[in-house]
Design a protein around this ligand. Structure first.
Ligand code: NIG
Ligand code: FE
Length: 416
């Protein structure tokens, strides 16, 4: 496939880097007036429209897609979602408007436990259908890879049900999908006051079954005030690692929880949320292989303090940004909005926001060797936008879907 008339080809990367940190987060290579050539599933070549290569490809290629002055960029990677769920939670949304906090709702048995009840009652097919609808909606907004967590099960049966749904999504969606076992997401009512016993259940009963069916790439824990402690987290991560699941955790959303440090200690591929960060947390991340991941949709929806993104970048750290798509704290998988929030609320430049939502999120879900940039040999997962002058328009024109076409694995999959 030959894509022509590209106003700007954004995110060209040939230095082999798997993520961008610190000052390098501002680097985005762009080719104006460009073409992109795809062979099979992969990116084969690119260049300017006035190059001889372009003429050669034009002569031999029958499949020509006119970008009509849109930009072409890699699809977004969404490295943190909870899109397998049974019920929406707009009544809690109203409670929050009226003054209840997320923690208060959770304490009353709402929140994650509310979703767990509905998930237990839903069939695997129902969960699969609704999650597939969400995946397709995300794809139409330009997302090409998604990490999906369990964690609304909180019983062996329901956690396995969720993970089997994720497995079916992997098999049937053209998107690149990674599965994350989040059995330690909430403490079921009957375990209140003895949550170590729930952690025992996660480790001794759920995890061996998850591993036997090979249902999870990652292991996750909600390490935060009112949820799991650092000790609980260590136990779960150690067990997960034994089964080949790399840690990727929820940390420091409600409080400075020690979650960042425990994530780094166990080689987490990412630590996510990070609304509550001090200098110690930033120090702990320096020199680690752990991607700090901020979830602007959650902070927006819950009116949480903003993660100190500028301090992290100034300290030389990378930053990734994902949607956290879930029914309780971020009911949206719109990564274009995440880019806008990155710029407007966190004072990131469009280039930094771009790297945070493509290459760095690809790293955070362990796919940056094959996704997240315009690189020869990487999978051809690209967005063709509606006509625009350049990358800056993407976060600027917030709220609208600026995606015209989406190509997944070299195939034209979405035409909006
Ligand atoms: O990432 N923080 C923990 N878990 C989810 C929210 C889950 C829910 O409220 O349903 C999150 O925000
Ligand atoms: Fe989350």
């Amino acid at each position: 496939m030959l894509i022509t008339n590209i106003k700007e080809l954004v995110g060209v990367l040939e230095d082999g880097s798997l993520m961008k940190a610190g000052a390098a987060m501002s680097e985005v290579n762009r080719i104006p007036n460009a073409f992109l050539y795809i062979r099979g599933k992969k990116i084969a070549d690119y260049g300017t429209m006035d190059s001889p290569e372009y003429q050669q490809y034009l002569q031999k290629e029958r499949k020509v897609v006119d970008a009509k002055g849109g930009i072409v960029m890699p699809t977004f990677c969404d490295s943190h979602t909870h899109i397998v769920y049974a019920n929406s939670r707009e009544m809690e949304f109203v409670d929050k408007i009226k003054g209840l906090s997320y923690e208060e709702i959770a304490k009353r048995g709402g929140g994650i436990l509310n979703s767990a009840k509905a998930t237990a009652a839903a069939t695997e097919d129902e969960l699969y259908e609704s999650a597939m609808t969400r995946l397709n909606e995300m794809m139409r907004m330009g997302t090409g890879a998604v990490e999906i967590k369990s964690g609304y099960g909180l019983s062996t049966e329901s956690e396995l049900k969720m993970l089997r749904v994720i497995k079916r999504l992997k098999e049937n969606s053209p998107l690149t999908i990674k599965a994350n076992f989040l059995g330690a997401h909430g403490i079921p009512m009957e375990y209140r006051g003895r949550q170590e016993e729930y952690v025992d259940l996660v480790i001794n009963e759920m995890m061996p079954l998850v591993a036997t069916e090979n249902l999870a790439d990652f292991v996750d824990v909600f390490c935060d005030k009112g949820f799991f402690t650092v000790e609980d987290t260590e136990r779960v991560l150690m067990a997960g690692i034994k089964y080949g699941m790399r840690p990727k955790i929820h940390a420091n959303e409600m409080a400075v929880s020690g979650g960042v440090q425990v994530g780094v200690k166990y080689g987490a591929i990412s630590v996510d949320h990070l609304e509550q960060m001090g200098m110690e947390e930033i120090e702990a991340l320096k020199g680690s292989e752990t991607m700090p991941t901020v979830l602007p949709g959650c902070a927006f929806f819950l009116n949480l303090p903003l993660s100190p993104v500028r301090d992290m970048i100034n300290a030389g750290l990378p930053v990734a940004m994902a949607s956290d798509f879930n029914p309780g704290t971020s009911p949206s998988g719109n990564m274009q909005f995440i880019m806008s929030a990155a710029c407007i609320r966190y004072k990131m430049t469009p280039e930094e926001a771009f790297n945070a939502t493509t290459l760095n999120t690809a790293y955070a879900m362990d796919v940056s060797h094959e996704l997240g940039s315009i690189t020869k040999g990487k999978l051809a997962n690209v967005i063709i936008t509606k006509p625009m002058n350049g990358l800056e328009f993407m976060p600027y024109y917030y709220g609208a879907n600026k995606v015209e076409k989406v190509i997944i694995n070299g195939k034209l999959t979405v035409e909006n």
